[in-house]
Design a protein around this ligand. Structure first.
Ligand SMILES: O=P(O)(O)OC[C@H]1O[C@H](O[C@H]2O[C@H](CO)[C@@H](O)[C@H](O)[C@H]2O)[C@H](O)[C@@H](O)[C@@H]1O
Length: 314
């Protein structure tokens, strides 16, 4: 595999990659052109997408600007947050009731409790990993004991996913930390699996379910899984978002937008250079969504979501 540059100083390679993954702010009309004649749905990752990455996971709060943009978006398009966080935690950060939420990497899904999405069919509510809850509650204690020797680590309870953070740990400890976490997972062979995110190891149920499956489930639930009629946008920064990018690409359902400042292997076809650019893009999408070009003004309803004008209702 070619060495992947880690910064924009790897100019030539980065420019080549960038040409293949343009910025949707710079080429907004081109992206929107792909959605011509279709209604739109929007899916957003949380950490590293709506908020900058910070060293304390509990401090990743959403800015007023981000909340305003997402609220406005949710009044114009079906909008979902798809996060590795527990649903309760991401809801408490975002504090908007007009959204669909898929927490625990899509293993905990609910529909809106207020605003446009709350109309129509009953809200989506789905927990494909529900049977694993008792196991996860036991394993978190095992993990906490296993990582205790490594200063700067912590285990975050994301309900159906346990996140072992090592952003604040010594890089020298990583091989032993990884071995300790792998040991825990191996103790539950066939029941658990280990994935990786940004300075985080994630212990999840051994289940064929990820953010891509959650995205398809949400589209299905809203009667929007129709490539002829609907164009979905998914924005995310992490490895786990790749499953959603792949699902969109595989089924021709829309556009994946990676949030990154460096060249990466990705199934996304667009790139935004950080959470600030994400907000700029979302604000642009809101402006566009308020014009008659947004076909939700004509369609007005789908199963589980209907357009409204109460962006401030949350
Ligand atoms: O799917 P996401 O919404 O992106 O959640 C993925 C993980 O995000 C959080 O961890 C990441 O962000 C933290 C705060 O900026 C950072 O400290 C950490 O190093 C990152 O990995 C969250 O804390 C995890 O539980 C999520 O699984």
């Amino acid at each position: 595999m070619p060495k992947v540059p880690t910064s924009r100083t790897d100019d030539a390679q980065f420019r080549e990659w960038q040409a293949a993954h343009p910025c949707p702010c710079a080429e907004f009309d081109s992206l929107i052109g792909s959605a011509a004649g279709k209604t739109m749905a929007v899916f957003l990752d949380y950490d590293g997408t709506l908020t900058p990455i910070v060293s304390d996971p509990d401090a990743a709060v959403m800015s007023a600007r981000a909340r305003e943009a997402v609220a406005a978006l949710a009044a114009l398009f079906p909008t979902a947050i798809v996060s590795g966080r527990s649903r309760a935690k991401v809801e408490s950060f975002v504090r908007l009731r007009s959204l669909f939420y898929a927490g625990s990497h899509g293993m905990d899904i609910v529909g809106p409790s207020a605003g446009p999405g709350a109309g129509g069919a009953p809200p989506v509510s789905f927990q494909p990993a529900a049977a694993f809850a008792p196991l996860m509650a036991r394993v978190i204690e095992e993990l906490r004991a296993a990582v205790r020797p490594f200063a700067g680590t912590s285990v975050e309870d994301n309900t159906f996913c346990l996140s072992v953070h090592f952003r604040n740990a010594s890089p020298d400890d990583f091989p032993r930390l990884l071995a300790a976490v792998e040991g825990c997972v191996a103790g539950h062979r066939g029941e658990l699996r280990l994935t990786r995110g940004r300075k985080v190891l994630e212990v999840r149920p051994q289940l064929d379910w990820d953010k891509g499956a959650a995205l398809l489930h949400l589209l299905e639930s809203m009667a929007l899984r129709d490539a002829e009629r609907v164009f979905s946008i998914y924005i995310g920064d992490d490895r786990t978002d790749e499953d959603a990018f792949k699902a969109l690409a595989r089924h021709g359902l829309g556009a994946g937008i990676l949030v990154s400042t460096c060249r990466k292997e990705t199934a996304a076809s667009w790139c935004l250079a950080g959470p600030d650019m994400v907000l700029t893009f979302l604000e642009r999408l809101v402006q566009w969504g308020r014009t008659p070009a947004n076909l939700w003004h004509e369609v007005r309803a789908c199963s589980g979501w209907h357009i409204g004008d109460n962006a401030g209702a949350d």
